[in-house]
Design a protein around this ligand. Structure first.
Ligand code: HEM
Length: 215
């Protein structure tokens, strides 16, 4: 079957990683936009969350889609890592890597698994939190506590490292690689992860430092 052959081919797996990566990136942008309302006030964030939950079917469909995309991304990613290890252990391995940021590229499976751990903690803390407490209160209570907040910040650093290589790799797979654009691309691989790091990590810091005391 053509799909089986596509999955087995190296470019097939890379295209799956790049496409699921792009979809996860779109999710991150929308989640970041929603979470940015925390900086405005607890009322603004609460009304954003209430508005979201007034469409339970849409939330359910998007949650299931996200889960499926995430599982495919992790599954194929770990498979590629395993395959690459087999090749690099072989006597015929010839290194052709021209990646600039080799720390980020070599740690992709570890930073990815850390983000998975983060998501398990995050979803059990927020999505399955008690329905009696408003979500805006849960956010302040959880992220204001030292160890929880610290774990979030470390997770966002791992996410930023993962994104810095993942974004670059995605553009290469989609063929966006031209001397004319490479300067912009190399800057974007820095700006994009920093954008998410500042926006997301700013939230636990906002509560931990007491800046969000009147939230
Ligand atoms: C400080 C930063 C973040 C805050 C304050 C935050 C807040 C929230 C909240 C309040 C919910 C529950 C929404 C609800 O059911 O009402 C949620 C769900 C979720 N968050 Fe985050 N989030 C943050 C960062 C992230 C990051 C970086 C990721 C991905 C790597 C992420 C992925 C998710 C996912 C997958 C869900 C479940 C969505 C669903 O229920 O369908 N979050 N987040």
């Amino acid at each position: 079957m053509w799909f089986g052959r596509f999955l087995k081919s190296s470019i097939g797996k890379k295209l799956i990683m790049a496409t699921t990566g792009l979809l996860l990136l779109l999710f991150l942008f929308s989640h970041a936009a929603g979470n940015a309302t925390i900086y405005m006030s607890s009322e603004v964030f609460q009304s954003y969350a209430d508005e979201l939950h007034s469409h339970p079917l849409i939330v359910l469909v998007f949650s299931l889609l996200f889960l499926a995309i995430f599982l495919v991304h992790i599954g194929v990613g770990l498979y590629l890592f395993y395959e690459n290890r087999q090749v690099s252990n072989s006597r015929y391995n010839v290194s052709t890597r021209v990646v600039e940021n080799s720390f980020a590229s070599e740690t992709m499976p570890y930073t990815g698994l850390f983000v998975l751990l983060f998501l398990l903690v995050h979803i059990s803390g927020f999505t399955f939190s008690s329905g009696d407490v408003p979500i805006s209160v849960t956010v302040k209570e959880l992220l204001g506590s030292f160890f929880y907040g610290l774990f979030y910040i470390v997770s966002f650093v791992a996410l930023a490292i993962h994104l810095s290589h993942g974004f670059w790799s995605m553009l290469q797979t989609f063929g966006i690689n031209h001397p004319r654009y490479n300067y912009v691309i190399s800057k974007l691989t820095l700006i994009l992860p920093l954008f998410f790091l500042i926006l997301f990590a700013g939230i636990p810091l906002y509560f931990m430092t007491g800046l969000g005391a009147s939230y």
